[in-house]
Design a protein around this ligand. Structure first.
Ligand SMILES: *[C@@H]1O[C@H](CO)[C@@H](O)[C@H](O)[C@H]1NC(C)=O
Ligand SMILES: *[C@@H]1O[C@H](CO)[C@@H](O)[C@H](O)[C@H]1NC(C)=O
Ligand SMILES: *[C@@H]1O[C@H](CO)[C@@H](O)[C@H](O)[C@H]1NC(C)=O
Ligand SMILES: *[C@@H]1O[C@H](CO)[C@@H](O)[C@H](O)[C@H]1NC(C)=O
Ligand SMILES: [Zn+2]
Length: 448
């Protein structure tokens, strides 16, 4: 992936800018009833990633999905929230500008490109903690990184900010990251500059990425997102948190790993030297370094720097662990069940989940009423997640195959053609599917 605009940003300020494992999920497992409130925004039948028609269940990759793709529930939720008076920005080569010459760094707009952060942004981990995150996966390079993470027993202590379009073409790689314990988060559907997009385009960018992650992780609803290029303002934040309950996660250092090979100022050794300086430097605040899982350069940078993190006694954690939150909105981590709750403080409350049994081994006699949402002004209740009991706890270790059908980015780009076929889970029917109520988990399992 090429980052021409972010590259320009890097030149301006180098300090804070610039920006196969054994799967545990059994296909078809769904850890809660289909009519539970968690599906208010994401309710539908999860497609099987091994199905050749898998991609038909989603909008094509590498294009912002059209408004017609948006389930009515997402649009309704958008209509119900208060947005700040911030206009769509003009791209201006990576340095967004706003109507009437408003200052992007003032508190109304608060653009991270201009180093503004809000109290809700997750930027500085606690002292002594290094929060590890990798952006832009899953890619063909991901399995190499994942093998290293597993060898070093840190697969569950990293966050993957994944691009929806890349998940679309590499669903099994994404599941392998999840199944080895990795924390999965959102990096938008097409990796565009979010502040330049309309409210509805933002719904599509967040919502479809959350949908595909939820579909592939037994119904987990992501709780974190990272803005591509760090391009976020208060309008984008409001939609991310207000509609979807997502926390915004910028960074406090940029490794520049993405620029190696694109900008002569960045080489393996210069990037690694910079990493070493941070890792051997102050532990206050902790470090949240922008890193990627995109190519051999970025992987080499991590493999160089991880031993230094250990020898310098950093506490290595994923983003959720570092900031002390649950990993997902409805699940404490990857191995419990996903609890029923409302999304983004949605109006549905009192999860009257009718649990039904499933044919699979460990999955989920899903959680029922106890997990009811307790919505508050500040957004989604995360306490509900801990209520999840039971779950797909690793016992269902099955077919590997993580590497079997690893696609490429270009595969995603051509996938649009497949949309023409008759698709049982056609994404264009998302709205209709969203209103479908299917009560029997057994039915779902046998359908897949
Ligand atoms: C919104 O912001 C614009 C640009 O600063 C301003 O002209 C307009 O009056 C504002 N509208 C409201 C309702 O505050
Ligand atoms: C950086 O290091 C990795 C690992 O040794 C290597 O594969 C890659 O080619 C190097 N990149 C450059 C630009 O030298
Ligand atoms: C569940 O996941 C957490 C976080 O990765 C881990 O600490 C814990 O040991 C896991 N529990 C089980 C039963 O696998
Ligand atoms: C998870 O697995 C552990 C170890 O196999 C087991 O003791 C525990 O009961 C399981 N938990 C659930 C919720 O299935
Ligand atoms: Zn990115």
């Amino acid at each position: 992936m090429i980052y021409p605009l972010a590259l320009a940003a890097a030149v301006l300020s180098s300090s804070s800018l610039a920006h196969p494992p054994s799967p545990r999920i059994v296909q078809g497992d769904w850890f809660q009833p289909r009519d539970s409130p968690v599906h208010e925004l994401f309710k539908r039948d999860p497609p099987n990633p091994n199905d050749p028609n898998f991609q038909n269940s989603y909008p094509p990759g590498w294009a912002t999905p059209p408004v017609s793709s948006l389930p009515q529930s997402w649009l309704n939720k958008l209509a119900s929230i208060q947005l700040p008076n911030v206009s769509v920005s003009n791209p201006n080569n990576g340095y967004p500008t706003y109507a009437d010459g408003e200052s992007p760094s003032d508190s109304t707009i608060c653009s991270f490109t201009y180093q503004c952060t809000t109290s809700t942004d997750l930027v500085n981990p606690p002292d002594g903690v290094i929060a590890i995150s990798f952006d832009d996966g899953p890619t063909d390079e991901s399995p190499t990184l994942y093998a290293y993470l597993q060898e070093n027993n840190i697969a569950s202590h990293v966050t993957h900010f994944m691009i929806g379009s890349n998940i679309l073409s590499n669903p099994l790689t994404m599941q392998s990251a999840f199944n080895m314990g990795g924390h999965i988060a959102v990096h938008t559907w097409t990796h565009l500059y979010m502040t330049t997009l309309s409210n509805e385009a933002l719904l599509a960018e967040f919502g479809w990425t959350m949908q595909i992650i939820s579909d592939l992780t037994g119904g987990r609803i992501p709780m974190y997102w990272r803005p591509p290029y760090g391009d976020v303002d208060n309008r984008v934040r409001a939609i991310a948190s207000g509609v979807f309950g997502l926390k915004t996660v910028p960074w406090n250092q940029d490794s520049g790993d993405w620029a190696i090979g694109h900008d002569p100022a960045y080489t393996n050794s210069s990037v690694q030297a910079q990493m070493e300086q941070w890792i051997t430097g102050s532990k206050s605040p902790g470090l949240l370094i922008l890193e990627h899982e995109t190519n051999p350069n970025t992987v080499a940078n991590f493999e160089y720097s991880y031993p230094l993190m250990k020898s310098n006694d950093w506490k290595v954690e994923n983003v959720a662990e570092a900031f002390g939150f649950d990993w997902y909105q409805n699940s404490a981590n990857n191995n419990g069940s996903a609890a029923a709750m409302s999304v983004a403080g949605g109006s549905v409350s009192g999860a009257s989940a009718t649990s039904s049994s499933t044919s699979s081994s460990s999955a989920a006699s899903s959680t029922s009423a106890s997990a009811a949402s307790t919505t508050s002004d500040s957004g989604p209740s995360i306490s509900a997640a801990a209520a999840g009991a039971g779950g797909a706890n690793g016992s269902a270790s099955k077919s590997s195959g993580a590497s079997a059908s690893v696609g490429t980015e270009s595969a995603a780009k051509t996938s649009g053609a497949a949309m023409r076929g008759v698709a049982p889970f056609s994404y264009s029917q998302a709205g209709a599917v969203a209103s479908m109520v299917i009560v029997s988990l057994g039915t779902i399992v046998s359908m897949l």
